[in-house]
Design a protein around this ligand. Structure first.
Ligand code: PMP
Length: 387
């Protein structure tokens, strides 16, 4: 009899480094949080109303496993209009419980035990654990600050083996905010095509691209056939709590994902799907307004960090900055811990996003300018002691 009922691979799984920190912060008073990655806006009213109305009309049952046909059509239309990529709504689009579930399904649908998946770090905290849970092996690429944390084609070449099945890419990136240009995506695509590697392209922040038009890896020549596009409503439409995302890709893969989804989830929440239809039909103006506010906050916070003596590149998207704290001589964990204790500002230590995140902190600017201003005043006072 083993000493635990738990599966070995679950026992070794570490809890998310982000949550750990925020459980502590939530017990303290007067804390300004630049920690959790979610919009400070409430979901646009027309979306809330559409969801209410669906309930009033009695739409309280399961939907089709793959999601409401009207929603899949809207998603397909949105992808066609935005990126000029076409997906058949009936067979190539699946509505999921957040982008999170789509990532999990994609990995489970494609991985045999021991298959390798390239994860580009610093990265969103769920990629490496979900690869492991799906039986895959993570191959990390560490990106460099001097290259704005962008992965290069030659870095991919270096880690490819005959077991490489897929790469997870995220642009705009969490935690660095880095956006890959169409040319950079083409360079990456060439290596993926050469070695027959699938791309799981997490594009959840794509609408929050500030300096260039939103681009999708699936739109790069020859990539639609090998890209599992992941996106959702959480970020651009301020709908994190609605738990609604989607995936689009080659029929064989989307159908396999739908099979797993059918047995493990049935369908995404029905009322949220009704809200999402409205979001895609009439939500664009709200997205533009929120985006303009994020852009203003980004410019403020980047300038403030650089003035404080913490070097910070200007991220092209998402709502995070990733300033260096190396100048303080503290580790990122020490920095975040002391900053919380002494100045009551919560940030995320960079190492939770991978080893190459050490020496940095992630700050979300999805909070009001007033709060950001106060956070910066407190942080400046803190940083003065060290540099
Ligand atoms: N991908 C990235 C890069 C994220 O930052 C997040 C949320 N923090 C997700 C996926 C998950 O989003 P969802 O709420 O749609 O599950």
């Amino acid at each position: 009899m083993s000493s635990s009922y738990l599966a070995d691979h679950v026992q070794t799984l570490k809890p998310s480094g982000i949550r750990k920190f925020f459980d502590v912060a939530s017990q303290m008073e007067n804390v300004i949080s630049l920690g959790v990655g979610e919009p400070d806006f409430v979901t646009p009213w027309n979306v809330i109303e559409a969801s209410y109305h669906s309930l009033e009309q009695g739409y309280t049952a399961y939907t089709a496993n793959a999601g409401l046909p009207e929603l899949r059509e809207e998603i397909s239309e949105y992808l066609r209009q935005t990126f000029t990529v076409t997906y058949q709504p009936e067979t190539q689009v699946l509505v999921t419980v957040g982008a999170s579930q789509a990532i999990d399904l994609a990995l489970r649908a494609i991985l045999n035990p021991g298959d390798e998946v390239i994860v580009v770090e610093p990265s969103f905290v769920s990629y490496a654990p979900t690869v492991g849970l799906a039986g895959g092996v993570v191959k990390v690429i560490d990106t460099k600050p001097e290259n704005e944390f962008k992965v290069t084609p030659s870095q991919i070449e270096e880690v490819v083996t005959d077991r490489t099945k897929a790469i997870v890419l995220c642009s705009p990136n969490n935690p660095t905010g880095t956006v890959l240009s169409p040319e950079e995506l083409e360079g990456i695509a060439a290596v993926l095509k050469k070695h027959d590697i699938l791309a799981i392209s997490d594009e959840i922040y794509v609408e929050l691209s500030y300096d260039q038009a939103a681009t999708s890896l699936a739109a790069v020549d020859g990539m639609k056939e090998r890209t599992i596009l992941i996106s959702g409503f959480s970020k651009a439409f301020a709908m994190t709590g609605w738990r609604l995302g989607y995936t689009a890709g080659p029929e064989e893969i989307i159908q396999a994902m739908t099979k797993i989804h059918q047995y493990t989830m049935m369908c995404a929440p029905t009322m949220a799907q009704h809200g999402a239809i409205e979001a895609l039909r009439n939500g664009n103006e709200s997205v533009i307004e929120m985006k303009s506010s994020y852009r203003q906050r980004r410019n403020f916070i980047v300038k403030s960090f650089n003035e404080m003596g913490l070097s910070c590149h200007t991220p092209g998207g998402a709502f995070y900055v990733f300033p260096s704290i190396k100048e303080t001589g503290l580790t990122s964990e020490e920095f975040a811990q002391k900053l919380l204790e002494e100045q009551r500002v919560a940030v995320v230590p960079g190492h939770v996003f991978g080893d190459s995140g050490e020496g940095y902190i992630r700050c979300s600017y999805a909070t009001s300018l007033k709060q950001l201003d106060e956070a910066i005043t407190r942080m400046s006072e803190f940083v003065q002691k060290y540099i």
